[in-house]
Write a protein that binds this ligand. Structure first.
Ligand code: G3H
Length: 249
């Protein structure tokens, strides 16, 4: 059975003191929830966050990793290094990595493979650009992103995959996909996985929605049957907003 998940992607925000302050506030206000709650601080604050959350149900996850095991990759972090400090889950394929750091489907496939080989769970992000949606090509784009980076995986690997559908036009823009648009795409994603694998794989994978989720729209988005939670950017940086979104599950 698939899990409900609410994850906060803090992107390049919050220094160590601010990270610890936000985590302390979150811990104090965390509601009882059936959802798995995750936060992704910057690399340099991962160990501080793990210490701060000792004994908490909030999981600290990483925003990115390199596919190589080690070597001359200045500024990069390997899957093994993440595991070594106690990380279990890594975000791969965020649209900002694709857009600003040239991450292609081919690179992302290598990252996914390296993460899984190191027993990391992968939160795989994907989603169409505004032009794709306007031209009606959004389903093809999403299908090809999934196929190129994930469909070479064995069926058994899917137990360690979480999907995060994030239409690029809705990220940080205040413009959210309507609950109906989110449901339509999530159902399409499940159908695509059923065709590539089978219905069991498709039914068991959690598919999160990301893109301007706020306390005011979370209940409606999360109420859709194929939406299993959210990957939250801006609103996860404010404890009360993130808590309200967690409560919406
Ligand atoms: O990873 C999170 C997404 O990019 C969504 O960000 P946002 O909630 O600020 O639109």
């Amino acid at each position: 059975m698939r899990s409900k998940i609410v994850a906060g992607n803090w992107k390049m925000n919050k220094n160590l003191a601010e990270t610890e302050a936000l985590l302390s506030e979150l811990s104090a206000k965390l509601p009882n929830t059936e959802a798995e709650v995750m936060v992704a601080p910057t690399f340099v604050n991962l160990t501080g966050a793990i210490s701060n959350l000792e004994g908490s149900t909030i999981e600290v996850i990483a925003q990115n990793m390199h596919f190589a095991k080690s070597g001359a990759y200045t500024g990069e972090i390997s899957a093994g290094m993440l595991v070594n400090i106690g990380i279990d889950t890594v975000i791969i394929g965020h649209s900002e990595r694709r857009a600003y750091f040239g991450e292609t489907d081919e690179i992302l496939e290598k990252k996914v493979t390296a993460a899984l080989e190191n027993n990391l769970k992968v939160m795989f992000c994907f989603g169409e650009e505004l032009e794709d949606r306007k031209s009606g090509n959004h389903f093809n784009v999403v299908k090809s992103q999934l196929k190129n980076a994930l469909f070479s995986l064995n069926k058994s690997a899917w137990g360690n995959i979480i999907l995060a559908y994030e239409p690029v036009w809705a990220i940080g823009t205040g413009e959210t996909a309507s609950p109906e648009q989110a449901q339509e795409m999530h159902a399409f994603i499940r159908k695509t996985i059923t065709e590539a694998y089978d219905a069991t794989v498709a039914e068991n994978v959690s598919i999160l929605y990301g893109g301007s989720v706020k306390p005011g729209n979370a209940v409606e988005i999360f109420s859709k049957p194929d939406v299993d939670g959210g990957l939250i950017g801006g609103a996860s940086l404010v404890a009360d907003d993130f808590v309200a979104i967690i409560k919406a599950i």
